[in-house]
Design a protein around this ligand. Structure first.
Ligand SMILES: [Zn+2]
Length: 511
């Protein structure tokens, strides 16, 4: 190789190396650029570019109930661990620190003090159960919650306690911001609170829920409520005092008296007091002794859209009278009735219509057999508005006449559903010279029943003919059989002659 050729080769190699170097340099530059843009992105995410107060408000939203909430009590601590910026926002969002719950028993008094400072001046929502603070002496003063409960009454917005024994410590203070007071005992002995609880100063209180806690009905904190729940309530107060409270709450929406016993004056109040209306009432549950239920229903006018929940006694005695019935403006709206037998119990529901989500107006918890149930219903409402009846689990086997007596009051029923029923009940539906129950019946649905072909065909045939009666020209048109047995093709053919038959389950043909 001559020297000229060697020089050309070296120059060529130098050029290649230079090109490689510049392309590596360029690639490095791009990579560094991409890395730094990633870095910038991470530290300047969408939420961090939001104005401070909007970021703070998003944090506050996590404390709202559904659909936002997820362990809201932990949110404040979780957010403050994410980054320096988030911590800054979290520490300056007082609302985020305004919920105090049982988990605080696991923290130090210093942390509780910090939370009280950070939440200031926002109202506090307090929810506590038994004290689990690790106290060697076991005295309640060592509970980390004693401070928020004794020194912060002026900031309480809601207080909910289950089995919390600390109650004596703080019931003496005025609670000017308190909106909801919920105190339930499930394990401890019933407790009596003083009538002047919260020094009688709770001007914003709207909801009181008590269980096994006697707060005398003379207490001023009952005035102006929208929601009152008393459960396992034992008191020396009287029915008159209970009525006076209800009257002092004209905006009441929810009234639940579940196992309430009053040992005060037993005077009859039923007839003497003029009745008054609770126009905003949505739900009234009177699962207590009949004299209390009766006195309340005789005094309170129930609006047409309210849901009444009642417990009727075990004996066949008339528990209600005309004074009660004339006040129940909701019950005449009932078009659909469901009766579920679960001996010795019997549950009855009344709805506006037969669709599943239709508004419920009546729930009756009672007991008794077929012969007693209609008598009990008849105390409260007439049957003439009920056009759909669903009867579930009639398992007792009674006489034909008993079934007829049970169905007879339902004069206006056009749709009857039986889930399931004894064959003899189907026989009781047959039209004969003596009697026709449910004369308006157009549609019959039977579920889960072992059918007996001959009596079934007889009944359907008797009802499907247009019967020339003075009071009715209606005949059965539709029959729906769901998960029934005992049907053979011959029976099906015969039934099809008289009515439109729908079979909902393919097991129906397995005789
Ligand atoms: Zn504690």
């Amino acid at each position: 190789m001559d020297s000229e050729a060697a020089t050309g080769s070296v120059q060529q190699e130098h050029k290649t190396i230079t090109e490689a170097h510049s392309s590596i340099f360029e690639m490095t530059r791009i990579c560094v650029g991409q890395r730094s843009s990633l870095y910038v992105h991470r530290n300047d995410s969408f939420i961090d570019r939001l104005p401070y107060e909007i970021h703070s408000h998003i944090f506050e939203l996590t404390l709202e109930s559904w659909p936002w909430s997820y362990q809201a009590g932990e949110a404040s601590r979780t957010f403050s661990l994410v980054s320096r910026h988030w911590r800054d926002v979290a520490l300056n969002t007082p609302r985020l620190w305004s919920q105090i719950d049982s988990s605080f028993h696991n923290y130090s008094i210093q942390f509780v003090d910090l939370v009280l400072t950070r939440s200031n001046p926002r109202p506090l929502d307090i929810e506590i159960g038994d004290c689990t603070c690790k106290s060697e002496t076991g005295d309640r003063e060592s509970c980390v919650l004693s401070k928020p409960l004794t020194t912060q009454a002026h900031r309480w917005r809601t207080v909910a306690m289950i089995n919390a024994p600390e109650v004596e410590m703080f019931t003496a203070f005025p609670a000017p911001l308190l909106e909801k007071f919920d105190y339930k005992l499930t394990r401890h002995f019933p407790r009596t609170l003083p009538a002047n609880i919260f020094a009688g100063h709770t001007p914003r209180l709207r909801e009181i829920h008590l269980k096994r806690v006697d707060l005398p009905l003379t207490s001023p904190i009952y005035i102006g409520l929208t929601s009152l729940h008393l459960a396992e309530f034992r008191s020396h107060s009287s029915v008159q005092q209970l009525l006076a409270i209800i009257r002092s709450c004209p905006l009441l929406e929810q009234l639940v008296l579940d196992d309430v016993r009053l040992w005060g004056s037993q005077d009859e109040v039923c007839v003497t007091n003029p009745s008054f209306e609770l126009a905003r009432l949505q739900f009234i549950d009177l699962s207590c002794k009949r004299d209390i239920s009766r006195d309340i229903l005789a005094a309170v006018v129930i609006p047409p859209s309210a849901h009444l929940c009642l417990q009727l006694g075990h004996h066949l005695v008339d528990e209600f009278d005309g004074f009660v019935v004339k006040n129940l403006h909701n019950l005449p709206q009932i078009r659909h009735m469901g009766i579920i037998f679960d001996p010795p119990h019997c549950d009855i529901t009344g709805r506006v219509s037969h669709s599943g989500s239709a508004q419920e107006l009546l729930t009756l918890f009672t007991s008794g057999d077929l012969s007693e149930v209609t008598h009990k219903i008849a105390q409260l409402l007439t049957f003439s508005s009920i056009n759909t009846l669903i009867v579930t689990d009639i398992t007792t086997h009674s006489e034909l006449t008993t079934y007829r007596k049970f169905l007879a009051p339902f004069m206006a029923v056009s749709i009857l559903k039986l889930h399931p029923c004894p064959p003899i009940l189907l026989e009781s539906l047959a039209s004969d010279a003596a009697m026709l129950v449910c004369p308006q019946l157009v549609e019959l649905q039977i579920t889960g029943t072992a059918l007996v072909p001959h009596p079934l065909i007889h009944m359907i045939r008797s009802r499907a003919r247009i019967i020339p009666r003075a009071d009715s020209e209606v005949s059965l048109r539709r029959l729906t059989l769901e998960s029934c047995t005992g049907l053979d093709p011959e029976t099906m053919l015969e039934l099809h002659k008289y009515v439109q038959v729908t079979v909902v389950d393919d097991t129906a043909h397995t005789a």
